[in-house]
Design a protein around this ligand. Structure first.
Ligand code: UT7
Length: 331
């Protein structure tokens, strides 16, 4: 699916927040758990450490501070929000949705609130959905949350997945604006590749299956990732009538430094325009893009007027890109 949205409606991000748990798990720590090494992890993934939620923390606990920061930056409270979407594959529980839990904690009593599942691409899908709901007149102010506590569903004896992932969440407020914000989205799913990244025993198909841990065919996902990050970025730019030279800030899904480097080189984006924090957070799934956006805002790279390209990819297999001009000025 590809779309430029409605030209008569301008929608942008007016608030941004992110939160990761305190506990750091380094590669040295992992060496004590599985047969791996700091050298292997650094060379193959570029990840140095990742954050891991405390036993008492669920997704809503990580997402709440991110939502509060995003709302404060937008100058809003929960009461002002009429749509709350949480993109995740690790909700607090199947129901009530983490969206409803967060709406309650934030006092968003007038909000439609629910969860959305599109693997690591979830945040990009939720952004597009929030945009569509506002453009269609169904909502005025949306809180879009992306986050995961993947540490809960990892197989802590499987070195091929354990070293890659971490926990974290981020949130943005979407509203209409006087200036153009989002120009185009490009979303897709190829279910034929679903078998390469999956969670047995997590739904109605294999309900009694005791195996409720992530399984991944890393090489196949790697091939998909390097191809789709390039294709999706090119498609969204073409649809918006922009070129890679116009892009000031590139925020790819933070899965692996090698995948990001490959896409960056192939696209021809200078490295200083690429946001990378996977070295410190690992792959936080739906939290990845908002965490990276928040870091770019904190270090001053996300300034009003900058053209921002974001691309996510993950389980499904799914992918999603958005192109927007950043409008938010944070003193
Ligand atoms: O949001 C999407 C989420 N998923 C991804 O982004 C994953 C994409 N895939 C990847 O990032 C890479 O495929 C990995 C980082 C997972 C693996 O890197 P690779 O260069 O594709 O390695 P490989 O799977 O080809 O494995 C090479 C070797 C194997 O040993 P043998 O068969 O050659 O003896 C693995 O058993 O490395 C071994 N290996 C490890 N060794 C030390 C796999 N994991 C580890 C490990 N430590 N943690």
């Amino acid at each position: 699916m590809i779309g430029t949205g409605r030209s008569d409606v301008q929608i942008t991000i007016t608030g941004l927040g992110a939160h990761a748990p305190e506990r750091r798990l380094t590669n040295d720590d992992l060496e004590k758990l599985v047969d791996t090494s700091n050298e292997w992890i650094m060379e193959r993934t570029g990840i140095r450490e990742r954050r891991i939620a405390a036993e008492s923390e669920a997704l809503s606990d990580l997402a709440l501070p991110a939502c509060e920061t995003a709302l404060a930056q937008a100058g809003l409270t929960g009461k002002d929000i009429d749509l709350l979407i949480v993109a995740t594959v690790t909700p607090d529980m199947a129901f009530p949705s983490t969206g409803a839990i967060l709406a309650d904690k934030l006092g968003a009593v007038d909000a439609a609130a629910y969860d959305l599942s599109a693997g690591c691409t979830g945040f990009m899908y939720a952004l597009a959905q929030g945009y569509g709901m506002i453009a269609g007149g169904l909502a005025q102010r949306a809180l879009i949350v992306g986050g995961d506590v993947l540490s809960r569903i990892l197989d802590w004896t499987d070195r091929s997945t354990l070293v890659l992932f971490g926990d974290g969440a981020g949130a943005v407020v979407l509203e209409q604006s006087d200036e153009p914000g989002f120009f185009a989205f490009e979303l897709g799913a190829d279910g034929s590749g679903g078998e390469h990244l999956w969670l047995p025993g997590s739904g109605s198909r294999l309900f009694d299956d005791a195996d409720k841990r992530v399984k991944m065919n890393g090489r196949e996902v790697f091939k998909f990732a390097t191809r789709i990050l390039v294709q999706s970025a090119q498609a969204v730019l073409e649809r918006a009538g922009s070129t890679l030279d116009d892009v000031d800030v590139y925020v790819p899904h933070q899965a692996n430094v090698r995948i990001i480097d490959h896409a960056t080189k192939k696209l021809g984006i200078p490295s200083e325009r690429v946001v990378i924090n996977v070295d410190r957070y690992g792959n936080t799934s739906s939290g990845s893009i908002p965490l990276a956006l928040a870091e770019a805002q904190a270090d001053g790279r996300l300034q009003p007027g900058k053209l921002v390209l974001m691309t996510g990819m993950g389980a499904g297999l799914t992918w999603g890109s958005a192109l927007m001009r950043w409008t938010k000025d944070v003193p």
